[in-house]
Design a protein around this ligand. Structure first.
Ligand code: FAD
Length: 365
């Protein structure tokens, strides 16, 4: 009997030691596969979902709070992610870009629950384009017959629109919006682990998260390590604000002017306001940039918005493409509760780059 007890004791001890060795090897294997991601931070919650619990307490860092970054922050924040947004300048932007949101973009705003961001910013409904050439004109309506009456394009001051989305994102308790300029990505063994950034007082900081999404726009400094940037600057956009004039076609975008002599092509209804504006206000210019998407899939990081790809501004499609990509990304990431699982994350993100391509073309409407 004693021999039986001693035998059972040694068998149990041996099994325990074997089990311990096996378990340790499995954990070590996982760690070496996903170097850079602290897997020990993952906790299983009571509802069975795996929640990430990195030491930084952040799931996603977003660089830049333009249209792409601020919409993304709101979207991921609403999904329960802990988001840290770093934006160089949180005051209202004042640029001549992104004044027309196509109807397709408005539909994406609805899908993302952000349609109220075009309210109370003096946005105008846009039903189509007005075209002017050689004294003749015509209108080109959007084919919106099958949609709800509210669906149309929206025209607005881009800065007001961005500020509205920023406010909505920052109101979520798990979204932290901070003013700071990101100077570099923190890379360890080919994996992006976070960013280095400077605050206004010149202090340098580091922020860590399992996923960093770079949305730093058309002049992106950070895209170099995440894609092959082939940026072309074929020409410039010139803009000025006309006041106190009657539009020849209300609720239509345009006119589109192609030739160098602008004044003779201005529709008569706008002529006086145009001459008054060029004598009174600064004419502003903005270079066109075009860049096809050519990503270098990188562990722990992703590009979005103009940092990822750009097209001719006359398509008026840049914001729509960014919003479409955010919908794709949101749906892709939804089942992946633990972003610390680097291998799964990489698989999901690679699929984003292939799925996103369809939307580059679909962005117009
Ligand atoms: C002349 C022109 C006209 C256009 N017209 C239209 C139009 O009518 N309709 C349309 O849909 N699209 C239009 N576009 C395209 C549209 O403006 C862009 O697609 C859209 O603004 C891209 O948004 P984004 O968030 O990627 O970039 P941005 O809006 O440029 O935002 C980038 C943000 O990142 C911040 N940032 C940059 N670097 C750093 C850093 N290192 N650290 C922290 N923050 C940083 C910037 O301050 C900025 O807030 C136009 C573009 C141009 C050039």
């Amino acid at each position: 009997m004693d021999q039986f007890v001693v035998g059972t004791f040694f068998v149990s001890l041996l099994s325990f030691v074997l089990l311990h060795i096996l378990r340790r090897d499995r954990v070590n294997n996982k760690r070496s596969m996903h170097k850079g991601y602290p897997l020990n931070g993952a906790k299983r919650s009571t509802d069975g979902e795996c929640k990430s619990d990195t030491s930084s307490g952040t799931d996603v860092i977003i660089v830049g709070a333009g249209v792409a970054g601020s919409v993304l922050a709101h979207t991921l924040g609403k999904d329960g992610r802990r988001v840290h947004v770093l934006e160089r300048d949180l005051t209202e932007p004042d640029r001549i870009v992104g004044e027309l949101l196509q109807p397709g973009g408005y539909l994406k705003l609805i899908e993302l629950g952000l349609e109220d961001c075009v309210e109370q910013i003096d946005a105008q409904r846009v039903q189509g384009y007005a075209l002017f050439k050689d004294g003749k004109n015509t209108t080109l309506p959007y084919p919106l017959e099958k949609f709800h009456a509210d669906v149309a394009g929206r025209s607005f001051h881009n800065g007001r629109f961005i500020q509205k989305i920023r406010e909505k994102a920052a109101a979520l308790p798990n979204v932290r919006m901070e003013q700071g300029t990101v100077t570099s990505l923190l890379v360890d063994n080919g994996t992006v682990k976070g960013v280095r950034y400077k605050t206004k007082d010149g202090q340098e900081h580091k922020a860590y998260a399992p996923l960093t999404i770079v949305c730093d726009g058309c002049f992106s400094n950070l895209r170099r390590s995440l894609c092959h940037p082939k940026v072309e600057v074929p020409s410039c956009f010139v803009g000025l604000i006309l006041e106190n004039c009657q539009l020849p076609f209300a609720n239509h975008d345009g006119p589109l002017l192609e030739e160098l002599q602008v004044a003779p092509q201005i529709p008569p209804e706008l002529y006086d306001a145009f001459i008054s504006a060029i004598n009174r206000v600064n004419i502003r210019t903005m270079p066109y940039r075009s860049m096809p998407a050519d990503p270098l899939p990188t562990l722990g990081a992703l590009l979005l918005g103009d940092a990822f790809n750009m097209r001719h501004p006359l398509t008026g499609g840049g914001m729509t493409v960014a919003l479409s990509d955010i919908v794709v990304l949101r749906d892709l990431l939804k089942p992946l509760r633990d972003l610390n699982n680097a291998a799964s994350l990489c698989k999901y993100l690679e699929s984003f780059y292939t799925q996103g391509k369809c939307f580059l073309l679909a962005g117009f409407l």
